[in-house]
Design a binder for this molecule. Structure first.
Ligand code: BGC
Length: 785
């Protein structure tokens, strides 16, 4: 069942709208998440104004982590809500679960970030009302949320009551992160709630104000302020004549003591400041009103789109919309100027994964920023630098040296925050233990890999000197201490891990982990020598933290003896880990056909799944995509085919990597199939996939499939290579990438590739041709197959 519709438009320029075309309270989660609005500072889930039992009303502010109880891990708390507005018509509550819906449409306009809903509804007693709801979370002023409701009774006069304000009774599935706090009303207009998270002591100041217009004229409406437990609201009453139009504007602001401006400020002072600044901000925003707030926000969006838009002329207009949908979310999930916060796996759009950052950021999301907004990429990597504190803590706790990055990260100095217990075991009935926080370790190398990619793309020496070298060295130090010597085989190994494929636990010599760890250590070894010669200041600083001579010796000794799984001589298949080929092959058709992920868990428990040749996502596929010169094309192709057959794509990270690799291997149909699959994870017709929030990695994945896959953009050695090959469904693709500070505009049609240099001269590879692109010059060549 789907109630999703996608604007077809007559050309790419019109293709910006995602529509929910009917109301069904069973599927509220879908559009709450995918229509989520925000600006990186906060994310506001698109819960409807009126209340429903099955709704999830969420507002998250980046970095405000709190731990509810010792038995729980730290998570992003759900903030007091300002989106709810209750309407009573002649004493009865407006709810689409009752009465008749004559018309319903809700649209996310990706271009300006506004969500609008038009409803024509008739109560059980025959009162018919036309509603129009509008909501914006400002891209211009990150603290501001604005709503507007237009309401017109069309069947007769009505007595209307509106209840609206700030609701602090929200929780994260029952965990109440905010204390009662204080509430007050200023000038009989501005409602204020100030409350503090119970453990992390983040104070949030929420302000809200309401204004009414009747037939276009501002009117005073009889309102009764109500202050109750964890709530402050107004009860407004008004008699409306048939066909009169009432407009309600509700403007709100959110400030917290975690905001960047208060960083380092003494607690008492910052608490005072959030109140004062919040109050000032609500007065200004309220004076602007909804339309101006929308207009300013739309302008900020326009600036983003001028830089970021990617145009796809496809026989399936969905492709264009999906691309923009991905870019929309990529631009609201991160606070681009704050290096104390990362990106949650569900961004700021839902409780799923608790706001924690995973390898999703470095491997799936960062490439987008790296190639389009390198400053944001730097900020994200600086977050990981600050996160070294937690990484060193984790290494120590587990008995290793160096920096072992947490599998899940929250606040910069939290350390590992992966919860210990997860879903039910269908065989034993017990709760499954989550082992990723202990043995899924590849993230440490993924971060080092991302640091070096950043350097290759930007040549940002300052970043490397301040942060990058230290990160690469200290992560290598972890791996060196992590290796285990196998006397019988005369080799170093990495045993008892989980690779990216989480359907396999406690494996030895996971192919992805071993190769990435090797990459990390090898890189450090090369760089130690380099910085000792050319960069003594940085060498001495890092050497002051831990001995680089010892690290160099250690790496030099261990690296050549690290076991790296090789293709089987007969089949050419590389084992995903020791003993993979001995596992049982099972028919996966049933699970592959399911539109819901993880259905294998309905039939088997983890112990049983561990015994099958079934993959959640392909370890080899990610490896061959990241380190694309490890094996020849034939080996890659064989391995792709072999493992794909066994992969359920039960991770949202899986399809986009398959798309990129399939394209590299000339498997164009697969590449397009997986592009559409990746694009459909949130935006597609499966109505339950996004309940816990959108999949941030998949947003990066859509971009990767288009630009790195079909656009053929890749870092090869130290060079940028552009080698496009479009799927047969696409007539053209145009995008922008930034290489060493120079924006390049790339346009690909069925016949030609044109690259225009918008800044200083650079050398790039187009397919295998070295091209010197002068400033403002355009290079055009034929598309190769
Ligand atoms: C995937 C991980 C991913 C995590 C967060 C899991 O289902 O297997 O690779 O990091 O989700 O998105």
């Amino acid at each position: 069942m789907s109630i999703m519709q996608y604007s077809k438009g007559t050309g790419v320029n019109e293709n910006w709208l995602v529509e929910e075309s009917a109301f069904d309270s069973r599927y509220l989660g879908k559009c709450e998440a995918i229509f989520c609005q925000g600006n990186g500072y906060m994310g506001v889930r698109a819960a409807l104004e009126e209340e429903y039992v099955s709704e999830t009303r969420n507002m998250f502010v980046t970095g405000t982590f709190n731990k509810f109880h010792d038995t729980e891990v730290t998570e992003l708390p759900n903030f007091p809500d300002v989106t709810k507005i209750i309407f009573q018509i002649n004493g009865k509550v407006f709810s689409l679960d009752q009465g008749t819906i004559h018309h319903y449409e809700r649209v996310l306009n990706i271009k300006n970030g506004e969500v609008t809903r038009i409803v024509d509804w008739e109560s059980k007693d025959g009162e018919r009302i036309e509603f129009k709801f509008l909501r914006t979370v400002s891209m211009k002023d990150e603290h501001v949320i604005a709503s507007k409701v237009e309401l017109k009774p069309i069947s007769g006069d009505i007595a209307l009551k509106i209840i609206s304000g700030i609701d602090g009774t929200v929780s994260n599935s029952g965990s109440q992160h905010f204390a009662e706090g204080s509430k007050r009303l200023y000038d009989f207009t501005y409602l204020e709630m100030v409350s503090e998270t119970i453990e992390s002591k983040v104070t949030a100041a929420i302000h809200t104000a309401h204004r009414f217009y009747l037939n276009g004229e501002e009117v005073k409406v009889t309102t009764l302020p109500v202050i109750g437990r964890r709530e402050i609201k107004i009860n407004a009453s008004i008699e409306l004549k048939k066909d009169q139009v009432l407009v309600l504007e509700k403007i709100s602001t959110v400030h917290t003591t975690r905001d960047l401006v208060y960083d380092g400020m003494e607690a008492e002072k910052s608490i005072k400041s959030v109140k004062v600044d919040g109050k000032k901000n609500i007065e200004e925003a309220f004076a602007l009103g909804y339309d101006k707030i929308l207009c300013e926000s739309a302008q900020a969006w326009e600036e983003i789109w001028n830089q970021e838009d990617i145009q796809i002329d496809s026989v399936n207009p969905f492709d264009q919309l999906a691309m923009r949908f991905g870019i929309y979310h990529l631009n609201i999930m991160v606070k681009k100027d704050d290096n104390r916060v990362g990106i949650g796996a569900k961004a700021l759009s839902g409780e799923g994964y608790k706001g924690h950052s995973f390898w999703d950021t470095e491997v799936f999301i960062l490439p987008y920023y790296l190639m389009t907004q390198p400053k944001t990429a730097r900020t994200l990597l600086e977050y990981r630098y600050k996160n070294l504190y937690g990484a060193r803590l984790k290494a120590k706790e587990q008995g290793y040296e160096g920096a072992m990055y947490p599998w899940e990260s929250a606040w910069i100095d939290d350390g590992e925050v992966t919860p210990l217990w997860g879903a039910a075991d269908v065989v034993t009935g017990e709760t499954l233990k989550i082992l990723t926080g202990i043995i899924e370790q590849h993230i440490t190398a993924d971060i080092a890999f991302a640091v070096w990619q950043y350097y290759i793309v930007t040549r940002d020496e300052e970043f490397m000197n301040l942060y990058g070298y230290e990160m690469i060295m200290d992560t290598a130090r972890f791996w060196a201490s992590r290796l285990e010597w196998n006397e019988a085989k005369n080799q170093y190994e990495i045993n008892d891990v989980i690779g990216p494929d989480e359907y396999k636990e406690h494996v030895n010599n996971n192919v992805y982990t071993n190769y990435l760890a090797y990459y990390n250590m090898n890189l450090a070894l090369e760089l130690i020598g380099k910085i000792r010669e050319n960069n003594t200041e940085v060498y001495d600083r890092i050497n002051g933290l831990f001995s680089l001579t010892k690290l160099e010796e250690d790496l030099g000794d261990k690296l050549p003896k690290l076991y790296l799984p090789q293709p089987d001589k007969e089949t050419g298949i590389i084992p995903q880990f020791d003993g993979y080929f001995d596992l049982k092959y099972i028919d996966l058709t049933k699970y592959k056909q399911s539109s819901i992920v993880g259905t294998i868990y309905n039939d088997y428990n983890m112990e049983q799944i561990n015994e099958f040749q079934v993959l959640k996502q392909g370890d080899l596929v990610v490896l061959l995509y990241l380190l694309d010169d490890l094996f020849d094309a034939e080996t890659k192709r064989k391995n792709y085919m072999y493992y794909e057959e066994r992969t359920l794509h039960d991770s949202s990270l899986s399809k986009s990597t398959h798309s990129v690799l399939a394209n590299d291997l000339g498997l164009h149909e697969d590449a397009y199939h997986f592009f559409v699959g990746a694009s459909s994870i949130d935006l597609g017709e499966e109505m339950k996939s996004s309940d816990a929030g959108i999949h941030s990695a998949s947003m990066g994945g859509i971009w990767q499939s288009a630009v790195l896959g079909f656009g053929g953009v890749r870092v090869v050695g130290q060079q940028l290579r552009i080698a496009p090959s479009l799927p047969k469904e696409w007539n053209s693709l145009s995008f922008r990438v930034v290489w060493r500070g120079t924006p390049l505009k790339v346009t690909v049609t069925k016949e030609t590739v044109s690259i225009t240099n918008l800044s200083h001269a650079v050398e790039i590879l187009v397919y295998d041709e070295v091209v010197d692109l002068e400033k403002n010059a355009t290079f055009t060549t034929k598309v190769r197959g």
